[in-house]
Write a protein of this length. Structure first.
Length: 313
């Protein structure tokens, strides 16, 4: 899908639209492109747009999905004043795997897909398809959730279990040393339940702690956010280059679509668990792996990286 905005706070509008798409029942957000600033197309005497592309998986029929997207546009203040007119947000279905539609309400693939670089360039980031470009002015800008360099980090059993009954499955000294080495002096992002598993139930020292909570308002040594968009706001106002998401399961699931890398310590042991690391899709690939034996347990340190299709050969 393609998104665009040229009225109001354009970056906030795009982020808000992405979060609303993610919350549509029967929709799974898979990944998000960078944000690009472009000149208006069609009617050119209007403010520049910011554009992006996202990929979802859904059980909804195309017209049911279209209804949901138009609800989001209305909720975010879009007023339809004419074709190609300025708007607070625009969310278009660009392509659907294995499907073509040609109706008055919906055309798939989008009928202008191959004519507009501001659609093709972000789409090329998240899609294995290649596109010929026209050379239109399209400038990458900071503000996409992908710019915050999120890295998910966890220790899991052989079935990717994380924890059981509020406790972590493993406390391996070498894994804890690796975790500290990676996260020291960086930002760690986690939920309230994960806070309870930390030493003394307190934020980690020598790190910037950001905690997701619906109820907490203040805690010494940490910043509190109540939503994903709150997180983008505070990350966008700092210079931190590495942001590690450390749990728990709900937070991993919430932030996986925006992650650049996944760091997993995989213990070759099967445990009972009630929290599992979320399935990560085919866009991630194994880029580094090191095997060790600790306490007679085979342990593998893995790094998965999300492919940037735009940088492929």
């Amino acid at each position: 899908m393609g998104l665009g905005a040229n009225l109001g706070d354009r970056i906030k509008n795009l982020r808000a639209a992405i979060e609303r798409v993610k919350k549509i029942p029967a929709v799974e957000l898979l990944r998000v492109s960078s944000f690009y600033e472009t000149a208006a197309w069609g009617i050119t005497n209007q403010p520049d747009f910011i554009n992006a592309a996202i990929k979802i998986r859904t059980e909804l029929e195309p017209f049911a999905l279209l209804d949901e997207l138009q609800k989001i546009e209305s909720e975010l203040g879009r007023v339809r004043t004419g074709h190609w007119a300025a708007r607070t947000i625009d969310v278009d279905i660009l392509m659907i795997d294995g499907l073509k539609i040609n109706s008055e309400r919906l055309t798939v693939p989008h009928k202008f897909l191959y004519e507009r670089d501001f659609v093709k360039i972000p789409l090329a980031e998240i899609s294995p398809l290649k596109f010929n470009l026209h050379g239109d002015r399209v400038e990458k800008i900071f503000g996409s959730p992908t710019d915050f360099n999120l890295k998910l980090i966890s220790c899991v059993d052989k079935n990717f279990g994380i924890g059981c009954k509020g406790e972590l499955l493993f406390h391996i000294a070498e894994d804890l040393k690796n975790f500290r080495r990676l996260t020291i002096n960086q930002t760690v992002i986690y939920g309230r339940k994960t806070l309870a598993t930390l030493p003394n139930g307190e934020p980690l020292e020598s790190r910037r702690n950001i905690i997701f909570s619906r109820n907490l308002e203040k805690i010494s040594g940490a910043e509190i956010v109540h939503s994903v968009n709150d997180l983008w706001e505070i990350l966008g106002n700092t210079d931190s280059s590495l942001n590690f998401v450390i749990g728990g399961g709900e937070i991993f699931h919430e932030l996986l679509p925006y992650a650049k890398e996944i760091y997993l310590t995989v213990v070759d042991e099967e445990k009972d668990f009630d929290v599992k690391f979320p399935n990560f899709d085919e866009d991630f690939f194994l880029t580094d792996s090191k095997q060790e034996i600790f306490c007679n347990k085979p342990v593998e340190f893995r790094i998965y990286t999300r492919v940037d299709y735009a940088k492929r050969d």
